[in-house]
Design a protein around this ligand. Structure first.
Ligand code: FMN
Length: 352
C-alpha cells in the first residue's frame, strides 16, 4: 500500500474522535458517540481489548508482510479492516456516503452501506463502481420491500447482503431523549422508501429460515450481523449464513449484552471452521485488530471511527482512519513476529 501523509495533529483514532466530537453539535455528538441506557456495553466493547496482552515472538522473518484476507463474495482485501454500516452520512459531511465510499475505495477494502443511507444503493454504485460494496438491511414487515432492496443491491453490483438481526425494536437511547435529539439532515429518501421510523417497519416475526429465503431469492452471500452467542451462530450457519458478524450494534441496542470481544471466542469455536467470523465494536487501534484476529476474527469492522473521519475531513478523513489502523496493525505484526494475518494465533495473546 502507498505510504501515507498523516495530518500532523490527528495521529491516531483517539485524536480523530476528539476532533470530530469538537466539531459535532452536542445532540449529534451524543447520538453518535453514546450507546443505550448507561453505556455499559459501549464501554465494555473498548475495555475488553485492555484485558488482553500480546505475546510477541522474536527472531521471526518479518521482512515481508502480507495483511490481505479473502472475504465472502470472493474478494481479497489488502487488510483485515473494513467499514461497518452507519446511518445517514450527510449528517456528517455534505458529500455523505459518496465521500465514505471514496475514502474506503482508495484503501480497496469493503464498505457496508446502511439501508438508512442518505444516498441510494444505485447512486453509490454509479459513483464508486470499483468499491467493494455490501448492503446492510433488515427483514421488513413488508417482505416485498425486503426483496426489492436486496435485488436492487444485487443488480447494482453489491457483493453481499448484511442482515442485521439485533434491531427487533430500537434500544432505549436515553441520551437522545434527554437531548430532544432529532436528526437534522438534508432531505433523505431512505433508498426510495418513505420510512420515518425504523422500529415500525422492521419485522418482529423473523425466523432463521428467512435467511435461506433471502439467500435463495437473491443468490448473494448473506452475512448475519448482531450475533452474540454460539447458539445463534450455529442456527445462522445451519440456515445458510455465509458469514457471521459478531456485533452488539456498537452498544446501541441492548445495554448489558457482552462486549463483542468477549462473545467472539464461543462463536469462533462454534462456527469458525465453517464460515468467516467477522466482528465490530470498540476497535480503535491496530493492537485491537491484532487481538481480535488472534481470537479468530477474520476481519474487523469499524463504525464510529469511519463517522469521525468523515466529520473531520470527508473522504480524506475516512481514508486516514483506515491508514492509521493499517499502519498500526502492520507495526504490531512486525514487532510481534507475525508476518501474515494467518500467523496471528491464540498463542499471541493472554488474558491479564
Ligand atoms: C451513528 C451510528 C449509526 C449506525 N447505524 C447502523 C445501521 O444503520 N445499521 C446497522 O446495522 N448498524 C448501525 N450501526 C452499528 C454499526 O454498524 C456497528 O455495529 C458499530 O458502530 C460498531 O461499533 P464501533 O462504533 O465501536 O466501531 C450504527 C452505529 C453508529 C455509531
Amino acid at each position: 500500500m502507498t505510504p501515507i501523509q498523516l495530518s500532523k495533529h490527528l495521529l491516531n483514532i483517539t485524536d480523530i474522535e476528539a476532533e470530530a466530537s469538537r466539531l459535532m453539535e452536542p445532540g449529534l455528538r451524543s447520538n453518535v458517540n453514546d450507546g443505550v441506557l448507561n453505556n455499559e456495553t459501549l464501554e465494555a466493547n473498548v475495555d475488553a481489548f485492555k484485558q488482553l496482552r500480546i505475546r510477541p515472538r522474536y527472531m521471526v522473518d518479518v521482512s515481508q508482510r502480507d495483511l490481505s484476507v479473502k472475504v465472502v463474495g470472493g474478494d481479497t482485501i489488502p487488510m483485515p479492516i473494513a467499514g461497518s454500516p452507519s446511518a445517514l452520512h450527510k449528517r456528517f459531511h455534505p458529500d455523505g456516503e459518496f465521500a465514505t465510499g471514496k475514502g474506503i475505495r482508495q484503501k480497496s477494502t469493503v464498505m457496508i452501506l446502511s439501508s438508512y443511507s442518505s444516498i441510494t444503493i444505485e447512486e453509490l454504485a454509479a459513483a464508486e463502481p470499483d468499491l467493494i460494496k455490501w448492503f446492510q438491511m433488515y427483514i421488513y414487515c413488508d417482505r416485498n420491500m425486503t426483496i426489492d432492496l436486496a435485488q436492487r443491491a444485487k443488480q447494482s453490483g453489491y457483493r453481499a447482503l448484511v442482515l442485521t438481526v439485533d434491531y427487533t425494536t430500537r434500544g432505549r437511547r436515553y441520551h437522545d431523549i434527554k437531548n430532544q435529539f432529532k436528526n437534522i439532515y438534508p432531505k433523505v429518501n431512505y433508498n426510495r422508501y418513505n420510512v420515518s421510523q425504523l422500529s415500525k417497519v422492521v419485522a418482529k416475526d423473523n425466523v432463521w429460515r428467512d435467511i435461506r429465503w433471502l439467500k435463495e431469492t437473491t443468490g448473494l452471500p448473506i452475512v448475519i450481523k448482531g450475533i452474540l452467542t454460539a447458539e445463534d451462530a450455529r442456527l445462522a450457519v445451519d440456515n445458510g449464513a455465509d458469514a457471521i458478524l459478531v456485533s452488539n450494534h456498537g452498544g446501541r441496542q441492548l445495554d448489558g449484552s457482552p462486549a463483542t470481544l468477549e462473545a467472539l471466542p464461543e462463536i469462533v469455536e462454534a462456527v469458525g471452521r465453517e464460515v468467516d467470523v467477522y466482528m465490530d465494536g470498540g476497535v480503535r487501534t491496530g493492537a485491537d485488530v491484532f487481538k481480535a484476529l488472534a481470537i479468530g476474527a477474520k476481519v474487523v469492522f469499524v463504525g464510529r471511527p469511519v463517522c469521525w473521519g468523515l466529520i473531520c475531513n470527508g473522504s480524506d478523513g475516512v481514508r486516514q482512519v483506515l491508514d492509521i489502523l493499517y499502519n498500526e496493525l502492520d507495526n504490531y505484526m512486525t514487532i510481534a513476529g507475525t508476518p501474515t494475518v494467518g500467523d496471528i494465533t491464540r498463542n499471541h495473546i493472554r488474558y491479564t
